[in-house]
Design a protein around this ligand. Structure first.
Ligand code: NAI
Length: 354
Protein backbone atom coordinates (compact mmCIF):
# COMPACT_ATOMS: atom_id res chain seq x y z
CA UNK A 1 0.00 0.00 0.00
CA UNK A 2 1.50 3.30 -1.14
CA UNK A 3 0.98 6.30 1.13
CA UNK A 4 2.01 9.76 -0.05
CA UNK A 5 2.61 12.41 2.62
CA UNK A 6 2.17 16.09 1.78
CA UNK A 7 3.45 19.06 3.78
CA UNK A 8 5.72 16.55 5.54
CA UNK A 9 8.53 17.98 7.67
CA UNK A 10 11.63 16.20 8.99
CA UNK A 11 9.91 15.54 12.34
CA UNK A 12 6.90 13.92 10.55
CA UNK A 13 9.15 11.60 8.57
CA UNK A 14 11.21 10.72 11.67
CA UNK A 15 8.15 9.91 13.77
CA UNK A 16 6.41 7.79 11.09
CA UNK A 17 9.60 5.89 10.25
CA UNK A 18 10.41 5.19 13.90
CA UNK A 19 6.81 4.25 14.77
CA UNK A 20 6.30 1.84 11.84
CA UNK A 21 8.52 -1.10 13.08
CA UNK A 22 7.00 -0.94 16.59
CA UNK A 23 3.47 -0.69 15.16
CA UNK A 24 4.13 -3.58 12.76
CA UNK A 25 5.09 -5.87 15.65
CA UNK A 26 1.63 -5.26 17.12
CA UNK A 27 -0.05 -5.75 13.70
CA UNK A 28 1.84 -8.62 12.01
CA UNK A 29 -0.94 -9.11 9.42
CA UNK A 30 -0.93 -5.50 8.24
CA UNK A 31 -0.19 -5.01 4.52
CA UNK A 32 3.22 -3.79 3.39
CA UNK A 33 3.26 0.00 3.46
CA UNK A 34 5.56 2.26 1.50
CA UNK A 35 5.89 5.92 2.49
CA UNK A 36 6.73 8.80 0.16
CA UNK A 37 7.30 12.14 1.92
CA UNK A 38 6.91 15.48 0.15
CA UNK A 39 7.56 18.84 1.76
CA UNK A 40 5.17 20.49 -0.70
CA UNK A 41 1.48 21.02 0.07
CA UNK A 42 -1.23 19.07 -1.71
CA UNK A 43 -2.86 21.22 -4.39
CA UNK A 44 -4.06 20.88 -7.99
CA UNK A 45 -0.51 21.50 -9.20
CA UNK A 46 1.10 18.89 -6.89
CA UNK A 47 -1.66 16.23 -6.93
CA UNK A 48 0.21 14.30 -9.65
CA UNK A 49 2.68 13.22 -6.94
CA UNK A 50 -0.11 11.07 -5.50
CA UNK A 51 -0.53 8.98 -8.65
CA UNK A 52 -0.45 5.27 -7.79
CA UNK A 53 -1.17 5.88 -4.09
CA UNK A 54 -4.30 4.63 -2.35
CA UNK A 55 -3.78 7.01 0.56
CA UNK A 56 -2.75 10.66 0.80
CA UNK A 57 -1.69 11.82 4.25
CA UNK A 58 -2.14 15.57 4.78
CA UNK A 59 -1.90 18.26 7.45
CA UNK A 60 -3.75 21.42 8.48
CA UNK A 61 -2.84 23.63 5.54
CA UNK A 62 -3.41 21.20 2.66
CA UNK A 63 -6.62 22.64 1.21
CA UNK A 64 -8.76 19.93 -0.36
CA UNK A 65 -11.67 21.38 -2.30
CA UNK A 66 -14.22 19.79 -4.62
CA UNK A 67 -12.03 20.04 -7.71
CA UNK A 68 -9.07 18.40 -5.97
CA UNK A 69 -11.34 15.61 -4.65
CA UNK A 70 -12.27 14.82 -8.28
CA UNK A 71 -8.62 14.80 -9.37
CA UNK A 72 -7.53 12.53 -6.50
CA UNK A 73 -10.40 10.12 -7.09
CA UNK A 74 -9.55 10.00 -10.79
CA UNK A 75 -6.00 8.96 -9.91
CA UNK A 76 -7.16 6.05 -7.76
CA UNK A 77 -6.75 7.64 -4.31
CA UNK A 78 -9.34 6.22 -1.92
CA UNK A 79 -8.47 7.66 1.47
CA UNK A 80 -7.47 11.06 2.83
CA UNK A 81 -5.69 10.52 6.16
CA UNK A 82 -5.47 13.75 8.13
CA UNK A 83 -2.52 13.91 10.53
CA UNK A 84 -4.50 16.33 12.72
CA UNK A 85 -7.76 16.74 14.62
CA UNK A 86 -9.19 19.83 12.85
CA UNK A 87 -10.67 19.24 9.38
CA UNK A 88 -11.83 22.68 8.25
CA UNK A 89 -9.30 22.45 5.38
CA UNK A 90 -11.14 19.52 3.72
CA UNK A 91 -14.47 19.80 1.90
CA UNK A 92 -16.08 16.84 3.66
CA UNK A 93 -19.31 17.27 1.69
CA UNK A 94 -17.43 17.04 -1.62
CA UNK A 95 -15.63 13.90 -0.37
CA UNK A 96 -18.89 12.12 0.50
CA UNK A 97 -19.41 9.22 -1.87
CA UNK A 98 -15.95 9.69 -3.43
CA UNK A 99 -13.16 9.61 -0.87
CA UNK A 100 -13.03 8.43 2.71
CA UNK A 101 -11.59 10.92 5.20
CA UNK A 102 -10.06 9.94 8.53
CA UNK A 103 -8.44 12.10 11.17
CA UNK A 104 -6.55 11.82 14.45
CA UNK A 105 -9.15 13.08 16.92
CA UNK A 106 -6.76 13.32 19.87
CA UNK A 107 -3.01 12.97 20.00
CA UNK A 108 -2.06 14.94 23.05
CA UNK A 109 -4.50 17.43 24.47
CA UNK A 110 -1.82 18.03 27.12
CA UNK A 111 0.65 19.26 24.48
CA UNK A 112 -1.73 21.97 23.25
CA UNK A 113 -3.03 22.98 26.70
CA UNK A 114 0.50 23.16 28.11
CA UNK A 115 1.60 25.31 25.17
CA UNK A 116 -1.33 27.67 25.78
CA UNK A 117 -0.17 28.09 29.38
CA UNK A 118 3.47 28.44 28.26
CA UNK A 119 2.46 31.30 25.95
CA UNK A 120 0.47 32.96 28.72
CA UNK A 121 3.30 32.73 31.24
CA UNK A 122 5.89 33.89 28.72
CA UNK A 123 3.76 36.87 27.76
CA UNK A 124 2.65 38.03 31.19
CA UNK A 125 5.94 37.35 33.05
CA UNK A 126 7.95 38.74 30.07
CA UNK A 127 10.18 35.64 29.90
CA UNK A 128 10.95 36.23 26.20
CA UNK A 129 12.20 39.74 26.98
CA UNK A 130 14.19 38.66 30.06
CA UNK A 131 15.87 35.89 28.05
CA UNK A 132 17.13 38.35 25.46
CA UNK A 133 18.20 40.89 28.12
CA UNK A 134 20.26 38.51 30.26
CA UNK A 135 22.01 37.05 27.20
CA UNK A 136 23.25 40.62 26.67
CA UNK A 137 24.18 40.92 30.40
CA UNK A 138 21.37 43.44 30.85
CA UNK A 139 20.02 42.65 34.32
CA UNK A 140 17.59 45.56 34.56
CA UNK A 141 13.99 44.72 35.57
CA UNK A 142 12.39 47.85 34.15
CA UNK A 143 9.38 47.07 31.98
CA UNK A 144 9.17 43.41 33.10
CA UNK A 145 6.32 43.77 35.63
CA UNK A 146 3.68 41.07 35.17
CA UNK A 147 0.63 40.10 37.25
CA UNK A 148 -0.32 37.14 39.49
CA UNK A 149 -2.50 34.48 37.86
CA UNK A 150 -3.79 33.43 41.29
CA UNK A 151 -7.29 34.83 41.82
CA UNK A 152 -7.75 35.91 38.20
CA UNK A 153 -10.73 34.78 36.11
CA UNK A 154 -10.00 32.77 32.98
CA UNK A 155 -12.70 32.24 30.34
CA UNK A 156 -12.39 29.02 28.34
CA UNK A 157 -14.30 28.80 25.04
CA UNK A 158 -14.65 25.11 24.11
CA UNK A 159 -14.34 22.60 26.93
CA UNK A 160 -13.53 19.43 24.99
CA UNK A 161 -10.31 17.47 25.42
CA UNK A 162 -7.88 20.41 25.19
CA UNK A 163 -10.12 22.92 26.97
CA UNK A 164 -10.57 20.49 29.90
CA UNK A 165 -6.77 20.04 30.20
CA UNK A 166 -6.28 23.80 30.12
CA UNK A 167 -8.90 24.22 32.84
CA UNK A 168 -7.04 21.72 35.04
CA UNK A 169 -3.78 23.61 34.57
CA UNK A 170 -5.47 26.91 35.44
CA UNK A 171 -6.99 25.39 38.57
CA UNK A 172 -3.45 24.59 39.72
CA UNK A 173 -2.71 28.31 39.58
CA UNK A 174 -5.74 29.12 41.76
CA UNK A 175 -7.66 30.79 38.96
CA UNK A 176 -11.45 31.06 38.78
CA UNK A 177 -12.83 29.33 35.67
CA UNK A 178 -15.68 30.50 33.46
CA UNK A 179 -16.57 28.41 30.44
CA UNK A 180 -18.65 28.53 27.30
CA UNK A 181 -19.39 25.50 25.14
CA UNK A 182 -22.19 24.67 22.73
CA UNK A 183 -22.38 21.32 24.53
CA UNK A 184 -21.31 21.89 28.16
CA UNK A 185 -19.50 19.03 29.88
CA UNK A 186 -21.61 17.98 32.93
CA UNK A 187 -18.56 16.52 34.69
CA UNK A 188 -16.71 19.83 34.53
CA UNK A 189 -19.84 21.65 35.70
CA UNK A 190 -20.09 19.24 38.67
CA UNK A 191 -16.45 20.01 39.48
CA UNK A 192 -17.25 23.71 39.84
CA UNK A 193 -16.55 25.08 36.36
CA UNK A 194 -19.08 27.88 35.85
CA UNK A 195 -20.72 27.66 32.40
CA UNK A 196 -21.95 31.09 31.30
CA UNK A 197 -23.11 32.80 28.12
CA UNK A 198 -20.47 34.17 25.75
CA UNK A 199 -21.50 37.71 26.67
CA UNK A 200 -20.88 37.00 30.36
CA UNK A 201 -17.58 35.29 29.59
CA UNK A 202 -16.42 38.32 27.55
CA UNK A 203 -17.45 40.71 30.34
CA UNK A 204 -15.97 38.86 33.34
CA UNK A 205 -12.75 37.24 32.10
CA UNK A 206 -9.26 38.64 32.69
CA UNK A 207 -7.86 36.01 30.32
CA UNK A 208 -9.71 34.18 27.51
CA UNK A 209 -8.44 30.99 25.89
CA UNK A 210 -9.98 29.43 22.76
CA UNK A 211 -10.32 25.65 22.40
CA UNK A 212 -13.32 25.23 20.08
CA UNK A 213 -13.22 24.13 16.43
CA UNK A 214 -13.42 26.56 13.52
CA UNK A 215 -16.93 26.40 12.06
CA UNK A 216 -19.28 28.89 10.39
CA UNK A 217 -20.54 29.68 13.89
CA UNK A 218 -17.12 30.33 15.42
CA UNK A 219 -15.55 32.15 12.45
CA UNK A 220 -14.44 35.61 13.70
CA UNK A 221 -15.93 34.98 17.15
CA UNK A 222 -13.49 37.65 18.28
CA UNK A 223 -14.33 40.80 16.35
CA UNK A 224 -14.75 44.51 17.06
CA UNK A 225 -18.16 43.95 18.69
CA UNK A 226 -17.04 41.15 21.04
CA UNK A 227 -13.74 42.90 21.86
CA UNK A 228 -15.76 45.95 22.94
CA UNK A 229 -17.61 43.75 25.47
CA UNK A 230 -14.38 42.43 27.03
CA UNK A 231 -12.60 43.79 30.10
CA UNK A 232 -10.04 46.48 29.33
CA UNK A 233 -6.60 44.84 29.28
CA UNK A 234 -7.96 41.33 28.60
CA UNK A 235 -5.39 38.71 27.54
CA UNK A 236 -6.38 36.48 24.60
CA UNK A 237 -4.87 33.05 23.90
CA UNK A 238 -5.60 31.26 20.64
CA UNK A 239 -4.17 27.79 20.10
CA UNK A 240 -7.23 26.60 18.18
CA UNK A 241 -7.66 28.01 14.66
CA UNK A 242 -6.62 31.44 13.42
CA UNK A 243 -9.94 32.46 11.89
CA UNK A 244 -11.66 32.39 15.29
CA UNK A 245 -10.18 35.89 15.54
CA UNK A 246 -10.59 38.76 13.07
CA UNK A 247 -6.92 39.79 12.89
CA UNK A 248 -7.58 43.38 11.82
CA UNK A 249 -10.02 43.87 14.72
CA UNK A 250 -7.48 42.28 17.07
CA UNK A 251 -4.87 44.76 15.91
CA UNK A 252 -7.27 47.67 16.51
CA UNK A 253 -8.05 46.27 19.97
CA UNK A 254 -4.35 46.15 20.78
CA UNK A 255 -3.73 49.66 19.48
CA UNK A 256 -6.63 51.04 21.54
CA UNK A 257 -5.23 49.20 24.65
CA UNK A 258 -8.55 47.33 25.04
CA UNK A 259 -6.56 44.11 24.61
CA UNK A 260 -3.68 43.83 27.07
CA UNK A 261 -1.86 40.96 25.35
CA UNK A 262 -2.38 38.33 22.67
CA UNK A 263 -0.80 34.87 22.63
CA UNK A 264 -1.25 33.33 19.20
CA UNK A 265 -0.22 29.87 18.02
CA UNK A 266 -2.50 30.19 15.01
CA UNK A 267 -3.28 32.98 12.56
CA UNK A 268 -6.06 33.19 9.98
CA UNK A 269 -3.71 33.58 7.01
CA UNK A 270 -1.12 31.19 8.44
CA UNK A 271 -1.13 28.84 5.45
CA UNK A 272 0.95 31.38 3.49
CA UNK A 273 3.71 31.68 6.08
CA UNK A 274 3.66 29.20 8.96
CA UNK A 275 6.02 26.18 8.87
CA UNK A 276 8.42 28.03 6.49
CA UNK A 277 11.63 29.98 7.09
CA UNK A 278 11.20 33.57 5.92
CA UNK A 279 14.16 34.98 7.83
CA UNK A 280 16.01 37.37 5.54
CA UNK A 281 12.88 37.87 3.43
CA UNK A 282 10.21 40.56 3.47
CA UNK A 283 6.94 39.14 4.75
CA UNK A 284 4.11 40.44 2.55
CA UNK A 285 1.39 39.99 5.18
CA UNK A 286 1.15 43.47 6.76
CA UNK A 287 -1.31 42.40 9.43
CA UNK A 288 0.94 39.62 10.66
CA UNK A 289 4.00 41.90 10.52
CA UNK A 290 2.19 44.56 12.56
CA UNK A 291 0.95 42.00 15.10
CA UNK A 292 4.46 40.58 15.55
CA UNK A 293 5.85 44.10 15.99
CA UNK A 294 3.61 44.72 19.03
CA UNK A 295 5.41 44.33 22.36
CA UNK A 296 2.43 42.53 23.91
CA UNK A 297 1.87 39.95 21.14
CA UNK A 298 3.57 36.56 21.07
CA UNK A 299 3.29 34.41 17.96
CA UNK A 300 4.35 30.78 17.60
CA UNK A 301 3.82 29.07 14.28
CA UNK A 302 1.22 26.38 15.02
CA UNK A 303 3.62 24.52 17.27
CA UNK A 304 1.30 23.72 20.19
CA UNK A 305 0.99 20.07 19.14
CA UNK A 306 4.73 19.56 18.68
CA UNK A 307 5.82 17.14 21.39
CA UNK A 308 7.43 13.72 21.03
CA UNK A 309 4.37 12.09 22.57
CA UNK A 310 1.95 13.85 20.21
CA UNK A 311 3.98 12.99 17.09
CA UNK A 312 4.16 9.32 18.11
CA UNK A 313 0.40 9.25 18.77
CA UNK A 314 -0.31 10.92 15.40
CA UNK A 315 1.78 8.30 13.58
CA UNK A 316 0.22 5.38 15.47
CA UNK A 317 -3.41 6.52 15.04
CA UNK A 318 -2.84 7.32 11.35
CA UNK A 319 -1.46 3.82 10.77
CA UNK A 320 -4.42 2.35 12.72
CA UNK A 321 -6.83 4.42 10.59
CA UNK A 322 -5.23 3.19 7.35
CA UNK A 323 -5.22 -0.42 8.51
CA UNK A 324 -8.84 -0.21 9.62
CA UNK A 325 -9.81 1.25 6.26
CA UNK A 326 -7.86 -1.49 4.46
CA UNK A 327 -9.38 -4.38 6.41
CA UNK A 328 -12.91 -3.10 7.21
CA UNK A 329 -13.49 -0.45 4.54
CA UNK A 330 -13.97 2.26 7.17
CA UNK A 331 -12.35 3.58 10.32
CA UNK A 332 -13.79 4.60 13.68
CA UNK A 333 -12.09 7.96 13.10
CA UNK A 334 -13.93 8.53 9.83
CA UNK A 335 -15.41 11.96 9.10
CA UNK A 336 -18.86 11.43 7.70
CA UNK A 337 -20.68 14.30 6.03
CA UNK A 338 -24.02 12.48 6.32
CA UNK A 339 -24.14 12.54 10.08
CA UNK A 340 -22.88 16.03 10.76
CA UNK A 341 -19.18 15.48 10.08
CA UNK A 342 -18.80 13.43 13.24
CA UNK A 343 -16.45 10.53 13.54
CA UNK A 344 -19.10 8.51 15.37
CA UNK A 345 -20.87 7.67 12.13
CA UNK A 346 -22.99 4.52 12.04
CA UNK A 347 -21.28 2.22 9.58
CA UNK A 348 -24.23 2.35 7.21
CA UNK A 349 -23.45 5.94 6.25
CA UNK A 350 -19.87 5.12 5.37
CA UNK A 351 -20.93 2.17 3.29
CA UNK A 352 -22.97 4.57 1.15
CA UNK A 353 -19.74 6.37 0.34
CA UNK A 354 -18.69 3.55 -1.99
P1 NAI B 1 -12.80 18.59 21.07
O1 NAI B 1 -13.68 18.15 19.95
O2 NAI B 1 -12.44 17.61 22.14
O3 NAI B 1 -13.42 19.88 21.79
C1 NAI B 1 -13.98 20.94 21.09
C2 NAI B 1 -15.07 21.55 21.98
O4 NAI B 1 -15.58 22.71 21.31
C3 NAI B 1 -16.24 20.60 22.22
O5 NAI B 1 -16.53 20.53 23.61
C4 NAI B 1 -17.38 21.24 21.44
O6 NAI B 1 -18.67 21.03 22.04
C5 NAI B 1 -16.98 22.70 21.49
N1 NAI B 1 -17.65 23.50 20.48
C6 NAI B 1 -18.08 23.13 19.24
N2 NAI B 1 -18.68 24.17 18.63
C7 NAI B 1 -18.63 25.20 19.50
C8 NAI B 1 -19.09 26.55 19.45
N3 NAI B 1 -19.74 27.02 18.38
N4 NAI B 1 -18.86 27.34 20.53
C9 NAI B 1 -18.22 26.86 21.62
N5 NAI B 1 -17.77 25.60 21.73
C10 NAI B 1 -17.97 24.79 20.68
O7 NAI B 1 -11.50 19.17 20.36
P2 NAI B 1 -10.06 19.37 21.01
O8 NAI B 1 -9.23 18.16 20.79
O9 NAI B 1 -10.20 19.90 22.39
O10 NAI B 1 -9.45 20.50 20.04
C11 NAI B 1 -9.96 21.83 20.02
C12 NAI B 1 -9.38 22.56 18.84
O11 NAI B 1 -7.98 22.74 19.04
C13 NAI B 1 -9.47 21.81 17.50
O12 NAI B 1 -10.71 22.07 16.87
C14 NAI B 1 -8.32 22.36 16.71
O13 NAI B 1 -8.80 23.44 15.92
C15 NAI B 1 -7.37 22.91 17.76
N6 NAI B 1 -6.07 22.21 17.78
C16 NAI B 1 -4.92 22.97 17.66
C17 NAI B 1 -3.68 22.38 17.69
C18 NAI B 1 -2.41 23.17 17.59
O14 NAI B 1 -1.32 22.60 17.40
N7 NAI B 1 -2.46 24.50 17.74
C19 NAI B 1 -3.56 20.91 17.79
C20 NAI B 1 -4.82 20.22 17.98
C21 NAI B 1 -6.03 20.86 17.94
Amino acid sequence: MKIVFFDAKDYDQASFESTLPRWREAHPDAPEMSFLFYDTRLSLSTAELARGAQVVCVFVNDLIDRELVGVLEGMGVRLIALRCAGYNNVDIEACYGHLHVVRVPAYSPYAVAEHAMALLMTSIRRIHKAYIRTRDFNFSLSGLTGFDFHGKTVGVVGTGKIGACFINICRGFGMHILAFDKFPNPQLAAEGVEYVSLETLWARSDIISFHCPLTDETHHLVNAASIAQMKKGVVLINTSRGALIDSEDLLEGIKSRQIGAACLDVYEEESNVFFHDFSGHIVADDTLARLISMPNVIVTSHQAFLTQEALANIAETTLDNILSFHTLGYSPNELCYKCGKLETCPRSHQEKCF
